[in-house]
Design a protein around this ligand. Structure first.
Ligand code: HEC
Ligand code: HEC
Length: 340
């Protein structure tokens, strides 16, 4: 009798944990908040809900969560094992089931602006692309400009994303940031005609040349610290867009002086309203696909964590409908000294 009672009490528990592998809540939190996933753009920073439903404290099982991620029933893109593993899913379930449910869903990351064109409304509110890519799809428009995109290319990137993205990175000579983070959209849930509205709108605003600026860490020398900036148009030869009338701006940290610069057409230091700082400025007439320029900026002191050298590259052609000037940001220089 005692043995039977024991078995009755513990058998369901044992079965339950075997079927639903238990995850690690801390690992789930780290994954959710880290650079390897972007689910939070739709589900909220803490799973409180936004464009997508809330996940925190919902008590979803591993099986339910897995089904939702691998074979979404609605507009959410699906994710494969190399993007989110079964172990990752178990960790996310453990994390969310340890959180309190949200009182109400959080705000969307990006709302639909008043008077938005139809394609933008679709991208923001119907299929959610712009919840990750931002309200004017700057990244995809630059990648489209780099390869001379047509709708076929665009739709492959959406319907076969996880499969084709690594090859696209390779074509452009780019190092993947972490792993493929966008899911793969289903042709039945997202019909081509709807995706075409997004494509036509993005093309109408204008595809962009893919201009990238990369700063080295500061290298200390006899009379100051030298930063090297490489500016490159990573577009494909014969297919990518050329940028014209470019201005390159590097922020000079407050209190630092420019000791020396190299690189053609240096214009001196001026105040920049957008970057809210003094900037060292260079000009370039045009930068075509695979063309690059190198600049150096030697400062009297190194930037720090809070004011490290960063900047922006701006150009006026090709003109886009988002404003008279288009721009690519230059991320802050790494703080670690450059290795020789
Ligand atoms: C483009 C926005 C978007 C992204 C990105 C996204 N989701 Fe979703 N998610 C949704 C929507 C919308 C739903 C509702 C069902 C649907 O439309 O497929 C959903 C449903 C879910 C559900 C089921 C919730 C329920 O109430 O049953 C889970 C679990 C989930 N998503 C997890 C994830 C994870 C994990 C990721 C990242 C790997 C992710 N989602 C990325 C929008 C998104
Ligand atoms: C979860 C956030 C997310 C959503 C939602 C999303 N994307 Fe992406 N997309 C990315 C990321 C990140 C990349 C870079 C490759 C990667 O890591 O997947 C990318 C890559 C792309 C690319 C390839 C060129 C490039 O910009 O790197 C295109 C085109 C693209 N997305 C279009 C779309 C469209 C159209 C939609 C809506 C149908 C969409 N994306 C939805 C995050 C997202």
């Amino acid at each position: 009798m005692r043995i039977l009672l024991f078995a009755l009490l513990f058998l369901p528990l044992a079965l339950g944990s075997a079927a639903a592998q238990t995850g690690n809540a801390q690992a789930g939190k780290t994954l959710w908040e880290g650079p390897a996933t972007q689910c939070r753009n739709c589900h909220g920073q803490n799973g409180e809900g936004a464009f997508g439903p809330d996940l925190a404290g919902r008590g979803l099982t591993v099986a339910q969560f897995t089904r939702a991620v691998r074979q979404p029933w609605g507009i959410m893109p699906g994710y494969i094992e190399s993007q989110i593993s079964d172990g990752d899913i178990a960790d996310l379930v453990a994390y969310f089931n340890g959180l309190k449910p949200a009182d109400r869903p959080g705000p969307w990351r990006f709302e639909v602006p008043q008077g938005a064109p139809r394609g933008q409304e679709v991208a923001l509110a119907t299929i959610g692309c712009a919840q990750c890519h931002g309200p004017i799809l700057n990244g995809p428009r630059a990648n489209a400009g780099a390869v001379g995109a047509d709708f076929r290319w665009f739709s492959t990137m959406v319907y076969d994303h996880a499969k084709v993205m690594p090859a696209h990175w390779k074509t452009l000579g780019e190092q993947p940031a972490v792993r493929v983070r966008m899911g793969t959209y289903s042709r039945t849930r997202l019909p081509e005609a709807v995706l075409m509205e997004v494509f036509n709108w993005a093309k109408d605003i204008g595809f962009r040349p893919d201009i990238q600026g990369r700063l080295s860490a500061g290298v200390p020398g006899a009379d100051g610290v030298t930063y090297t900036l490489n500016v490159e148009n990573i577009g494909l030869q014969g297919r990518g867009l050329t940028a014209e009338d470019l201005t390159i701006n590097l922020v000079v940290p407050a209190g630092a002086n420019v000791v020396r610069t190299t690189g053609a057409n240096y214009q001196g230091v001026r105040q920049d309203a957008d970057l809210k700082a003094n900037v060292a400025v260079w000009q370039v007439n045009r930068l075509g696909p695979k063309e690059h320029q190198t600049y150096t900026l030697t400062l009297s002191r190194a930037g720090t964590q809070s004011d490290n050298v960063r900047g922006a590259i701006r150009w006026t052609k090709p003109a886009v409908k988002t404003g008279p000037v288009d721009q690519a940001n230059i991320a802050p220089a790494p703080l670690a000294p450059a290795t020789q």
